[in-house]
Design a protein around this ligand. Structure first.
Ligand SMILES: [Zn+2]
Length: 486
């Protein structure tokens, strides 16, 4: 007995020791994926740049699902024309569906595949929050080092920043080796059907294929990850899919004085609760695992150890991630009950109740797996499940070894010297989803550095960008075009 006990103790200690060795070995092998870059001279940006952005913000290019204010979009096109004269003299311009724009800056080397930069002209409305704004949302007020207004973060600073960079490059006598295309849709905020989708179809018809596409999506985040004190530059290599599903329960009606054990509303409520209590499975496969591979080696020892040993700490990490909506959303397909409807009068049994659920689908799942999950989880034939036609699968995952990723990473590290670059999953939708047939690799990043406390300003109250952030973004695009031509 004593011998057996001693043997078991030895086996236990040996296993513990072996695990420790593996953990340490994995941690040592978890090498940095950051690239070495030389310091580059800081390009001086025109002092008119801030003024030009403020003027762009003053044009209320709002898109609504019901209509758009066409005069604002016409005004915006005229504004671009008069404020970026060199660009408009040299680049070819084409209008799509009256308000969306394509620019082509022909490169010297036609063998190279072109690069495509996307941004959108439209912004979301402000009416509901109008009284809470410090400055009117379309005033473009410049105060205390910030430019205020709707579109300063999403996404006119990117659009005008790209134009500013090109205007400056032309002024410097620069001519690109690689052809550069710009595409600015006018209805991104309402799905991009008349803008981005139509532009992509135009490119497809011309048999254009891009080396890479850059759109909005992720950001450079100050203190973006626990255990890393440096800012983290997230390059979105995929975006989540989207499914809207309607659940309906039907029962016989009647007087509420003699109800059955459960009405349609009760049946439906139970299904909703079950779905909320049983989220779709979490996974660190794909972009979120890659984020850990890039950021992990730069993190403090405990975090690095956990991220390098996901075989051991995966369960613990998933529990931590599940606590916050932001981290929960990057590891699983999320379930959000967004609308509910049922009942007509207090003393009448409802014959029907329905709920609308919005799922954001992570790469690895698709519409079919979502439908199966719902069916198996609620396991109730009295409830019908109907997926809306607007639903779409997640995007493809772009390659982190491809030219586009490498050139964006290098440019980020040159312009934000202490940044940690990592691939990421974009949880919202962007125009870039429409361009999948014309590019194998699409990356999603706005070169703005924000604290997590500033993210609410996107689509929110007092949207603003610092002058430092804006001029750095112009430098980023200026450098990215040059790097893309090497
Ligand atoms: Zn946007």
């Amino acid at each position: 007995m004593k011998k057996l006990k001693r043997l078991l103790r030895r086996i236990f200690l040996f296993t513990l020791f072996a695990i420790l060795i593996i953990v340490i070995y994995n941690m040592i092998r978890f090498g940095s994926k950051q690239v070495k870059v030389d310091r580059i001279a800081e390009v001086a940006i025109s002092d008119q740049a801030v003024n030009r952005l403020a003027k762009a913000i003053q044009i209320p290019t709002i898109s609504r699902s019901t209509h758009i204010d066409t005069s604002a979009f016409v005004g915006f096109i005229a504004y671009l024309n008069s404020n970026f004269p060199k660009t408009h003299r040299l680049l070819e311009r084409k209008t799509i569906n009256d308000y969306s724009l394509i620019y082509k800056w022909a490169g010297k080397n036609s063998v190279l595949k072109p690069a495509l930069f996307l941004a959108h002209i439209d912004v979301v409305p402000v009416e509901e929050s109008l009284s809470q704004w410090k400055h009117p949302p379309f005033s473009g007020t410049v105060e205390d080092g910030y430019i205020y207004g709707r579109g300063t973060l999403d996404d006119k600073s990117s659009l005008v920043g790209i134009m500013e960079a090109i205007e400056q490059l032309i002024g410097e006598g620069y001519r690109p080796e690689r052809t550069i295309y710009l595409a600015f849709g006018h209805d991104e905020e309402i799905g991009g059907r008349n803008g981005a989708k139509a532009i992509a179809q135009y490119f497809d018809k011309k048999h254009l294929e891009f080396e890479y596409v850059l759109d909005e999506g992720s950001l450079v985040l100050t203190k973006g990850m626990p255990g890393i004190s440096k800012p983290i530059g997230l390059i979105g290599i995929a975006e989540k899919g989207y499914a809207t599903v309607k659940l309906s329960a039907k029962t016989e009606g009647g007087h509420s004085s003699m109800p059955p054990a459960q009405t349609a509303i009760g049946t439906l409520s139970k299904a909703i609760t079950t779905l909320e209590e049983n989220p779709m499975p979490a996974s660190f496969d794909g972009p979120t695992g890659m984020l850990m591979d890039y950021a992990g080696p730069e993190a403090s020892i405990p975090i690095r150890m956990a991220l390098a040993n996901r075989w051991l700490f995966g369960g613990l990490l998933k529990k931590q991630f599940a606590k916050k909506p932001t981290t929960n959303a990057i590891m699983r397909t999320t379930t959000a009950v967004t609308m509910i409807d049922g009942g007509i009068q207090e003393n009448v049994l409802p014959t029907q109740a329905s709920a609308t659920l919005n799922f954001r689908i992570r790469p690895g799942d698709d519409i079919k797996t979502v439908e199966n999950h719902i069916k198996n989880t609620i396991n109730n034939e009295l409830i019908s499940i109907k997926t809306d036609r607007s639903s779409r699968n997640p995007s493809k995952i772009s390659d982190d070894k491809a030219f586009g990723f490498r050139v964006i990473q290098r440019t980020l590290q040159e312009i934000f010297p202490d940044v940690v670059v990592a691939p990421s999953l974009v949880v919202a939708g962007t125009d870039s989803k429409h361009y999948q047939q014309v590019a194998v690799n699409t990356y999603r990043l706005l070169p703005f550095q924000l604290g997590t406390d500033e993210l609410d300003r996107i689509h929110g109250v007092d949207e603003r960008i610092s002058i430092e952030n804006y001029t750095r973004a112009v430098r980023f695009y200026h450098q990215l075009i040059k790097n893309s031509c090497e």
